[in-house]
Write a protein that binds this ligand. Structure first.
Ligand SMILES: Cc1ncc(COP(=O)(O)O)c(C=O)c1O
Length: 364
């Protein structure tokens, strides 16, 4: 039997993974549905109407053939406008968008510096880049600077830096200094904002919004439509030159079918909703953070609360206790994280009662 031995080893190490279908009645602290749009029937109906009125059901081909539609362009323009970037290009998913960026931007002698806790899609792309990819210590601007200074680079060599706005496992926000380092070293800065857009910043626009950093030609924002924006797909915001280059050179965008019409319409409708209800969402986020501060004396940076455990068994026992009490959280094991972690995600839907119930069980 193929892979029998590998599966056995994974099971022995207790890192064998299984997919589960969860009962809808659980209180969900596991998914990335930050604004609770995944079950909003009204928005779903609106998106259906929008996609059925304007488009064929399926995009049929890559955006570079005839898969690009008015709806895609409308979403790209909307995203570029609200995030204040020159241009936007859609991608099939955040995973594809990371591979697209890393593989296409890092040419022959260029070097990309990546936070060691960057998402698996970026880390996978480093395997293609080999010695053109250098990891730096997590969220450590000094380690990055040391590595940049040590690099004997030729004047025509590009430098790219890749960080996450909010780190998906720990919930930490990337330090402000990275933006300035990118400017100082004339490097391109990629910020993967999968977990920061829709969760941080006065306008819920992520890392740059949170620190009130003005836009710069060197910055690239990668956003997913699948998390706070409640749909599926991804987008890359950049200056117009990088945008032009990506549409001609980024393989996961060129050689992959365009985003589905419905997902595109759903993202458009949801983004408009978030803009309209921004203040309400921000207020709710603050309320949840206040409860966590009161209960655990922890100041949450983002909507992700990560609890580390000394061993996997303790973590799994805690996740089971929560599940027995109708609460699901993410139980994240090695090698995804270095230390077993319960990943708890707060969303707009959680009531004070839900959060208090969670806290009580976590303290048990
Ligand atoms: C930081 C980060 N980047 C990229 C991705 C991939 O995004 P997608 O789920 O749209 O492929 C994820 C999530 O799953 C993520 O957490």
């Amino acid at each position: 039997m193929f892979y029998k031995k590998e599966i056995q080893i994974l099971k022995q190490k207790k890192i064998f993974r299984k997919r589960k279908i969860f009962d809808k009645n659980y209180i969900d602290f596991a998914s990335n549905d930050y604004i609770d749009l995944s079950q909003n029937e009204k928005l779903l109906k609106k998106a259906y109407k929008l996609s059925i009125n304007k488009e064929i059901n399926s995009p049929r081909a890559s955006m570079l053939i005839n898969g690009y539609s008015k709806l895609h362009k409308k979403l790209e323009d909307k995203l570029a406008k609200i995030h204040r970037f020159q241009n936007c290009i859609l991608a099939g998913s955040g995973f594809l968008a990371n591979i697209a960026l890393f593989e296409s931007l890092c040419r022959n002698k260029d070097i990309i510096f990546i936070d060691e806790e960057y998402h698996a899609s970026g880390i996978l792309a480093t395997k293609i880049l080999k010695d053109r990819a250098i990891l730096f210590k997590h969220n450590d601007e000094n380690d990055l600077k040391n590595k940049l200074n040590r690099l004997q680079y030729e004047s025509n060599k590009r430098i790219i830096i890749a960080i996450e706005g909010v780190y998906s496992m720990s919930g930490e926000i990337a330090k402000k200094e990275f933006a300035q380092i990118a400017i100082d070293y004339n490097a391109i800065l990629i910020v993967d904002e999968a977990h920061s857009i829709g969760t941080i910043g006065d306008n819920l626009l992520g890392y740059f919004d949170y620190y009130k950093i003005n836009n710069h030609n060197n910055f690239i924002k990668l956003g997913t439509l699948s998390k706070a924006y409640g749909s599926y797909g991804a987008y890359i915001l950049s200056n117009k030159h990088i945008n032009k280059y990506l549409q001609t050179r980024a393989k996961p965008i060129i050689y992959s079918t365009a985003l589905s019409s419905f997902d595109t319409a759903l993202a458009l409708v949801n983004i408009k909703y978030i803009q309209k209800h921004k203040n309400k969402i921000l207020k709710k986020n603050i309320k949840i953070k206040q409860i966590i501060y009161k209960e655990f004396n922890v100041k949450l940076d983002s909507q992700i609360f990560s609890l580390k455990f000394q061993n996997q068994t303790d973590m799994i026992d805690k996740a089971k206790l929560l599940k027995d009490n109708d609460i699901i959280v993410g139980a994240i094991r090695k090698p995804t994280v270095k230390t077993p972690t319960l990943r708890i995600v707060f969303s707009y839907k959680h009531t004070k009662k839900d959060v208090k119930k969670l806290c009580k069980l976590l303290k048990k």
